[in-house]
Write a protein that binds this ligand. Structure first.
Ligand code: DAH
Length: 351
C-alpha cells in the first residue's frame, strides 16, 4: 500500500459520500467503509506489509483519512437528517455475528401440557370422552348443585375469586359470578345436558384465592372424571384408577384408598399410588412414606344426581379429580410449583 493508493481511496470515498441521498445509503456506506471489516480498517491491517521506513507516514496518512471520512460522513448525516443517530451507531454493530441461543430441542410442549395430554390419552383409551366447561361460573354450578352447604367456607371471598356480572353491578342485586375453583362444575353441566350413560373426563384451568407458595398457585389445572350408569360401583372406580396409575407411573405400582370427605361424593376417598421412584421403600419424592397422593374421588352423592335430574334409585356413578400440576411435580420430581409458570428457559428445556 502506497501513499498514492491512500490518496486515491480518499478521493473515491469523498466522491462516494457526495452521491449519498438517504439513510439506507448512509448505513450501507458506513458498513462498507467505517466498520471493523470496512475499507479503512482493512487498510490499517495492510500496514503490516508496508516497508519499515514508510510505516510512520502511511500510518499518519491513514489516521488522517479515517478522521476526514468520519467527519464528512457526520456532516452528510446531519445534512440528510438521517435517523442513524450517533448512539445507535455506537451501540449496534450490524456486522457482529448473531448470538446463538443454546437450543437443545427447538420448541416442545410445556411440562404441564405434556402431563395433561398424556393423562387425556390414557383415559381416552379407557373409553372416556373429553368435555370442557366455562372458567367463569355461577354459584349453582361451582357449589350449589355439588351439594356444598350455603355456609361452606369455600364460598368465602378468601378462597374464591368473584367476578362482577357487569360494570354497574351492585352487591345483592344478582348472585356474583366466580372463577371456577375446581373442574367439578363441568360434571354438573354434563349431567344437565346428557342422560346416562356418561363416561367423560373434563380437563381445565381452575382458580383459587390463595397465597402463592411452592405448593400452590392462584391458577392451576385439574382433570375431572365422571362415570354414571346403572350398577356402577366403587370397584369400577378402583379398577379404572389402578389401570391409569399403571399406565402413567409404571406397570408395577399399587394403589390404596383412604377415607376422605367431599360434599359431592359419598363415600369419598383419597387415592395414593405406591412411590414409583423408590418402589415404596421411602425416598425424597414420597417424603419417606412410600406413597404419593394422586387423586380425590368417590361415589357421586345422590343429592348431586337429583339436582341434575338423574334418578339416584336407578343410576349410580363415581367421580374423581386430579391436580395436574401436582401430578407433573411428582412425575418429574419438581419441588416448586412456581417453576411451571416462570418460563425460565433453563427449567423448560429439561422436558
Ligand atoms: N373438586 C375437588 C377439589 O378441587 C377434587 C375432587 C375430589 C373431584 C373428588 C372429584 C372427586 O370429582 O370425586 O379439591
Amino acid at each position: 500500500m502506497t501513499l498514492n493508493e491512500i490518496s486515491s481511496v480518499r478521493e473515491k470515498l469523498l466522491a462516494d459520500l457526495d452521491t449519498l441521498t438517504g439513510a439506507d445509503q448512509l448505513v450501507a456506506f458506513q458498513l462498507a467503509h467505517l466498520t471493523r471489516k470496512g475499507t479503512i480498517a482493512s487498510m490499517f491491517d495492510q500496514l503490516r506489509d508496508v516497508p519499515k521506513e514508510e510505516k510512520p507516514f502511511a500510518g499518519k496518512e491513514l489516521n488522517a483519512l479515517r478522521q476526514l471520512v468520519e467527519e464528512r460522513y457526520k456532516e452528510k448525516e446531519s445534512l440528510l437528517g438521517a435517523t442513524t443517530s450517533a448512539s445507535t451507531r455506537s451501540t449496534i454493530d450490524l456486522t457482529m455475528p448473531a448470538r446463538t441461543v443454546p437450543v437443545t430441542s427447538p420448541g416442545h410442549e410445556h411440562p404441564l401440557m405434556k402431563t395433561l395430554n398424556e393423562m387425556i390419552s390414557i383415559f381416552e383409551r379407557l373409553g372416556f370422552a373429553v368435555e370442557y366447561g366455562p372458567e367463569v361460573e355461577d354459584d349453582e354450578h361451582n357449589f350449589g348443585k355439588l351439594n356444598f352447604a350455603p355456609d361452606h367456607p369455600a364460598r368465602d371471598m378468601q378462597d374464591t375469586f368473584f367476578v362482577k356480572p357487569s360494570a354497574d353491578w351492585k352487591a345483592g342485586e344478582t348472585a356474583p359470578l366466580l372463577l371456577r375453583t375446581h373442574t367439578s362444575p363441568v360434571q354438573i353441566r354434563l349431567m344437565e345436558r346428557q342422560a346416562p350413560p356418561i363416561r367423560a373426563i373434563m380437563p381445565g384451568r381452575v382458580y383459587r384465592n390463595e397465597a402463592i407458595s411452592a405448593r400452590s398457585g392462584v391458577a392451576f389445572f385439574q382433570l375431572e372424571g365422571l362415570v354414571i350408569d346403572k350398577g356402577v360401583s366403587m370397584a369400577d372406580l378402583k379398577g379404572v384408577l389402578l389401570s391409569f396409575a399403571r399406565q402413567f407411573f409404571g406397570s408395577d405400582v399399587k394403589i390404596r384408598l383412604r377415607p376422605s370427605f367431599f360434599p359431592f361424593t359419598e363415600p369419598s376417598a383419597e387415592v395414593d399410588v405406591s412411590c414409583y421412584i423408590c418402589g415404596g421403600k421411602g425416598c425424597r419424592v414420597c417424603k419417606n412414606s412410600g406413597w404419593l397422593e394422586i387423586v380425590g374421588s368417590g361415589m357421586v352423592h345422590p343429592n348431586v344426581l337429583t339436582a341434575c335430574g338423574i334418578d339416584p334409585e336407578i343410576y349410580t356413578g363415581y367421580a374423581f379429580g386430579f391436580g395436574i400440576d401436582r401430578t407433573a411435580m411428582m412425575r418429574y420430581g419438581v419441588s416448586d410449583i412456581r417453576d411451571f409458570f416462570e418460563n425460565d428457559y433453563r427449567f423448560l428445556e429439561q422436558f
